[in-house]
Write a protein that binds this ligand. Structure first.
Ligand code: ZN
Length: 417
């Protein structure tokens, strides 16, 4: 370490610097919110990628831009550009890298706003706008932290890598998933800046399995209904059986930290359902979705096998029941043991900055953490209000923006200096 004075001295100066950067952090968050990177379909990605590249270049990071392969984009029906922007502070030790990750896409604004979703405004200490919590505030805090560390000229022992990615809101395959596919997941820890709130360190998130079940029948006039196979009726039988899985979930609570009330697997059947064309035609097809959420002790393969097995069993008992199951999305659950360094460092840093020992928890929704957790210990910590994520009047408390930036800076020092 070649900064002047002791490490405590450097810490103190960096925290002071970030306190003085309060307005800059709010401005940077606002600049990001003002670029409406709405997904779907994925708007203004080129603009935000240029903005983030320029910002990282100014801070002194080496900037590279990647994109998922054309075949991948085609397979998912997505249009370019979908830039994955990576900034590196090189120490010549990629194997020791600490990753900071954030997604720059936001969900559509939706209805019910009392402020303009893409014209950020500060009111009563809160910065309002779509993406304030999820998660442009987190991105701004990360950039501020790196800038502060950089300005204090702290020597780092390992690389610091910032990846700002698209498409987390649609599964992440062409965002953080692209980094994994390109083999850029080398390092010793990752921090995802999603809105945990500053008093919570998340070390786990649930997984998800989305299935589409297509149940076949025979089209016929209603007058033949007593003889034809009704696809909707067959689907209804399957839906009732799938619903019974919930009984088993009650006995299956996770032992990993998880937000209270979300300890068990859940299933949502028929989030989308369609069948039949007309009142007097026996439906020949009924298609419905299943969204099964997995606790960290479960995996996608087993959860799928359970559902497929159950439907196949029904088909053996009733030969007229014919259904095909197609996987439309899968995300493994993620979990990092609390005694991993990244978790300990975050808990300590958050405690130091906020004055309160943070709660260790897990998220009932999935994030890009799982892409990292297959390669290195990873955790989620960032500014924001969970209840306001994807909601109208989304906001982030300004205090949390500054506090997160401080926690990020301390994490860099503890992990790399
Ligand atoms: Zn998010």
């Amino acid at each position: 370490m070649n900064f002047p004075g002791s490490s405590e001295e450097a810490e103190r100066r960096i925290l002071e610097r970030l306190e003085n950067m309060r307005d800059n952090i709010v401005r940077l968050s606002s600049d990001l919110i003002r670029i409406p990177t709405v997904n779907p379909p994925g708007e203004n990605y080129g603009e935000i990628s240029s903005f983030l590249s320029k910002k990282m270049d100014e801070i002194g990071l080496k900037v590279e831009v990647f994109q998922a392969s054309e075949s991948k984009l085609k397979e998912l029906g997505l249009k370019p550009p979908r830039p994955v922007v990576v900034g590196t502070l090189e120490a010549g030790k990629p194997e020791e890298a600490l990753h900071f990750n954030g997604h720059y896409d936001v969900v559509p604004a939706g209805e019910g706003w009392t402020v303009e979703p893409f014209k950020p405004t500060v009111r009563n200490g809160r910065l309002y706008g779509r993406g304030a919590s999820d998660m442009k505030g987190g991105i701004a805090a990360m950039l501020a932290a790196v800038e502060a560390v950089r300005k204090e000229r702290v020597n780092l022992r390992g690389d610091l890598k910032l990846s700002f990615v698209p498409d987390e809101e649609i599964g992440g395959q062409t965002g953080t998933g692209c980094l994994a596919e390109l083999g850029l997941m080398e390092g010793k820890a990752a921090l995802i800046g999603e809105a945990s709130g500053i008093d919570r360190v998340c070390v786990a998130h649930k997984g998800a399995l989305w299935l589409e079940v297509a149940v076949k029948g025979e089209a016929a006039h209603t007058c033949m209904a007593h003889k034809a196979v009704n696809a909707v009726e067959k689907a209804a039988k399957i839906i009732v059986e799938l619903g019974k899985l919930k009984e088993g979930f009650k006995a299956k609570a996770t032992r990993t930290p998880m937000l209270s009330g979300h300890e068990n697997p859940v299933i949502n059947i028929g989030g989308v359902i369609r069948g039949g064309v007309k009142a007097n035609v026996v439906p020949e097809l009924c298609v419905f979705t299943v969204d099964r959420r997995l606790i960290p002790e479960e995996n996608v393969e087993e959860a799928e096998a359970e559902i497929v097995g159950l439907i196949e069993e029904m088909g053996r008992e009733d030969p007229q029941l014919q259904a095909e199951v197609k996987r439309i999305l899968h995300v493994e659950a993620a979990f990092t043991p609390e005694n991993e360094k990244i978790c300990r460092v975050l808990v300590e840093a958050a405690g130091k900055v906020t004055g309160v020992k943070p709660q260790i928890s897990g998220l009932p929704v999935f994030t890009d953490m799982h892409f990292f957790s297959q390669h290195m210990p990873s955790a989620i910590y960032g500014p924001g209000v969970l209840e306001k994520v994807h909601a109208a009047d989304e906001y982030v408390p300004v205090e949390e923006l500054v506090a997160s930036a401080k926690v990020y800076a301390l994490t860099i020092l503890k992990m790399l200096a």
